[in-house]
Design a protein around this ligand. Sequence first.
Ligand code: MOS
Length: 736
Amino acid sequence: MTATLGEDAQRIDGRDKVSGKPIYAADRILRKMVHAVPVAATVRKGRITGIDKSGAQHTPGVLLILTHENFDRLRPVQFSFAGGTAIQSFQPLQSAEVKYRGQAVALVVAETLEAAQEAAALIRVSYSEDASATVELNAPGGTSVKQAVATPFFKDFVAGDPEAAIAAALVRFEQTYLTAPQHQNPIELLSTVAEWRGDQLIVHEGTQAASAMRAGLATQLGIPLEKVRVLSPYVGGAFGQRGSISPHTVFAAVAARRVGRPVKLVVPRAQVFHATSFRAPTEHKITFGADTDGRFVGGIHLVRALTSRFDLMPFTGQESTSRMYNWKTFRGATTLIQGDVQTPGFMRAPFEATSYFALESAMDEFAIQLGLDPIELRLRNDTHKDPISGKPYTVRKLRECLERGGERFGWSRRNPQPGSMRDPDGTLIGWGMAAGAYPYISAAAVATARLSSNGQLTIDVGGHEMGQGIRTAIAIVAAEELGIEADAVTVRVGDTAIAPQHVTAGASGAVTSLPPVRLAVRDLRTQIDRLATMQGNSRVEPSGYVGLMQRAGLKELVGRGQELGPQAQPDVLQKIEQGSIAFTGPEFPDFVAFSYIAHFAEVRIDPRLPTPHVARYVSVIDCGRVVSRRTAMSQAYGGIIWGIESALSEASEVDPRYGGFLNSNLAEYAMAVNADIRDLDVSFIDEPDERVNALGAKGVGEVVSVGAIAAIANAIHHATGKRVRHFPIRADDLLA
Ligand code: MOS
């Protein structure tokens, strides 16, 4: 059967995945390969005063112990938001300084993993500890920096004079919301296999940014870009953790060069909590002013977000909240608080997952204050013109999401009185809703389509397969264009040798990779038609492609496509090769583009032991045209499940006495399990947004997590009458 856009096609790599065929980085076994294990700092902050390697050195099989005393001197690497490629600018193993608990302080290389682990455990590091370290947002010792001043790249989001408008408003609201630090925790651990072939470095690692990793390695090692190749054909989850280069990658590269053998380095789960980025804790102050009918006259969204001492990780969640409703006047601004942590980064629905917890909780509170239904408050403040730029939205189906979601959920049967809905056995029932939006962003990509004389179509393109199913979406687009089946297409992504590999993040993956793929296959199709005409056929069916090529004596036909995206700079592909972040959107010269969602949640709470459970969940998504239904649906399920677990259980625990993150394992870092997830009902508006790209598709992977936490918090309020202004919301928040 010929592929068609929007079909519910099986994943083209599904069978391979369930039968264990894909080779992830840590599955790779190279000849003479050895193993490296890092040692992590056990103090909050301070200096290394001594390293006793005597026990480790005598462990059989140990080849090399690297510390700041003997590690190669690396060239500095810039933080990605300072124009570089790195997840943070601080490089461990370069000095005696300990900047945060869990930082690498040594690396053991041995013949076997067991020997490396045993020796790593025998290394004794002594420190002088600085007890002033802080890892919390509101602890003494944090230094605050105004984001707009410190990082001119990220401005405040301002329209008019909201302070004056709110001061004069008939109805006012102000509340503060807190969000917990979190870690992305993909199932695949951070893993690197590094090998040198002469002066050529080859790195196998699951990443969202193979070109940035390549550039970051070249920078740190002081070698030309051309001498590094990064291969990332499959990534076992990423969720924002792998959008720039983390410190461990260069450890493996240096170790491999020093021992003259390939090195495998898998960062243990407990160390992953400090070896790369995390979601910063944040505080949001939301202020509204409105008329008595609930129409806004002004909104203010002020954020405080944690960052490290050495990098200013921006918080830009107000880019989206400033454009969500018809504010008339608005101010969005961030203050960064510098603490003693590694640099935080992206985590799925970076910024928006937390900023919409605050905004959409506040919308629920404000609706109650006004005596309005929460859907009605959102509809009264719907807009088709961006309040910040004054430009029109491309397609905004927020109203449709809210109305269809309400219908599917049965919202009209809700008694708005908190605590009024109960099961016969006394179980409290709460119904809550929230909305969300996520900016449309895209990068640039080039694609090559190769049809071989055995009929096989191979697509090479920029992009990364992180489990979201981009291979399947690419195959559907390519196969439809050529009139063949999706599973007849081979897709190669994530390899710096085949195409520039843009950072695949911010729900930009499909919208960046699919348009050039379609162009490349169209180019191929034109060549086929030309061949057919030359051979005297006016039309050729897919079954005739092979014969056509054979008669022409061709082994291969090659089509090419390139798409830079709306408003792209001409040097965008070069920037991607250099590893820079090169996104455009959501504001374009003539329009502003977002994806939208409405969430509806039912919680059930036993009043005697008030642990909330989500019994039922409905989401309706406007992400333009759905290209690959199966994988878009899985993205939605994943994002909603993440919302449920964020609302009810997931958080990285901190204790000022120790620094770092304490529950650094999957047992105590409480993610949702099957029993936590009941009935999820997801549907798509599925109307193309033709102005953003030729396919009319917009991102889905991030918007699904936006507003999800608030829908549950709002349902908990409806069930219990208790307004909890932080997450996760646990039984102890609801007792008494
Ligand atoms: Mo996404 S958190 O931008 O990978």
